[in-house]
Design a protein around this ligand. Structure first.
Ligand SMILES: Nc1nc2c(ncn2[C@@H]2O[C@H](COP(=O)(O)OP(=O)(O)OP(=O)(O)O)[C@@H](O)[C@H]2O)c(=O)[nH]1
Ligand SMILES: [Mg+2]
Length: 294
């Protein structure tokens, strides 16, 4: 996890040290090293805009600083740490949101095909303190209902289903009603869709209108790289926080760095594997530490 991004930072730090020939860091010495670093960040799926912001911050902070005053490497790390801290947002607290919600609390998962919605719905079930009811709101993709039912069996959690091709807004409605009767939380899965699927997008909007979820998560796949930014744009206005899945198989990590900055929404969880327990609350300090530590 994050190996490539970490390596880029380490290489950058070392290059700064060897590029600086004077007592003070000069723009001339620093610029080629910064350019290489910006390209490495972009190769690790940090967006151009954010990579440039990081580059500019480093230039502003480092040019003119005295090399010997203290290790230039620690200055690089401190500057990066501060900037990353400003760029990322981990302010979302699911338990708090649900505690504040009217009964029953309702959670929706939306996102592109294959991003990890169904798996994450099941992971959330086992993450929450309170019991949940799962709603099979993907009535579109073949075998989607059975997939959620299997998770339900594994987790000993009830799954509300209708027929394939039936109205997903009605499935969500039934799930919410069931959760209300049983004093549980409703977690509703939805069909994967892309911006061009006008029908599916309209259907999703109807589902949201009818059921008014308390929390809607946009689920994105870290391996989609910079495409996650487009996905966040396609669903703009429809979600409260983001879940980035497949972090365990992504060495790059740049998607997490740029997402909040671009979408204005916090990253709430990271999916870190295929087991139900592989869902971690996103903690930006921990994330920054894991990139910057030796
Ligand atoms: N390694 C890894 N695999 C994951 C993670 N989350 C989901 N997956 C896998 O990704 C694949 C797709 O996951 P789904 O949960 O079916 O994705 P989806 O968004 O519901 O897919 P559609 O319903 O087809 O749009 C499955 O094989 C999951 O096991 C994760 O955090 N790590
Ligand atoms: Mg699914």
């Amino acid at each position: 996890m994050l190996g490539d991004l970490k390596e880029s930072v380490k290489d950058f730090s070392e290059s700064v040290k060897s590029a600086v020939t004077e007592k003070e860091v000069s723009e001339e010495d620093l610029d080629p090293v910064l350019e290489t670093f910006r390209l490495r960040l972009m190769r690790n799926n940090v967006s151009l805009e954010v990579a440039e912001e990081i580059e500019n911050t480093l230039r502003d902070e480092l040019v003119g600083s005295e090399v010997k005053r203290r290790g230039i490497e620690s200055e690089v790390k401190e500057t990066l740490s501060r900037r990353l801290d400003e760029l990322m947002d981990d302010s979302f607290d699911l338990q708090e949101e649900l505690a504040r919600a009217q009964e029953p609390p309702v959670v929706f998962l939306i996102g592109f095909n294959g991003s990890g919605k169904t798996t994450t719905a099941a992971k959330l079930c086992s993450h929450l303190d309170r019991e949940a009811v799962l709603g099979a709101g993907d009535t579109f993709r073949a075998a989607s209902i059975e997939q959620l039912q299997e998770h339900g069996e594994n987790l000993d959690t009830e799954v509300i289903t209708h027929e394939y091709e039936s109205d997903p807004a009605a499935v969500a409605y039934d799930t919410v009603e069931h959760a209300e009767n049983e004093g549980k939380t409703a977690i509703v899965d939805t069909a994967g869709r892309s911006h061009s699927d006008t029908n599916l997008m309209d259907e999703l909007e109807k589902m949201v209108d009818v059921n008014d979820p308390d929390v809607t998560f946009l689920v994105v796949d870290a391996l989609a790289g910079n495409d996650v930014l487009e996905q966040a744009e396609a669903y703009e206005g429809m979600f409260d926080a983001i879940i980035v899945t497949k972090m365990d198989v992504d060495e790059k990590g740049g998607a997490v760095v740029s997402l909040s900055h671009r979408s204005g929404k916090p990253v709430a969880f990271l999916g870190t594997g295929q087991k139900y327990g592989d869902l971690e609350e996103f903690d930006r300090e921990e994330f920054i530490r894991s990139i910057l530590e030796d």
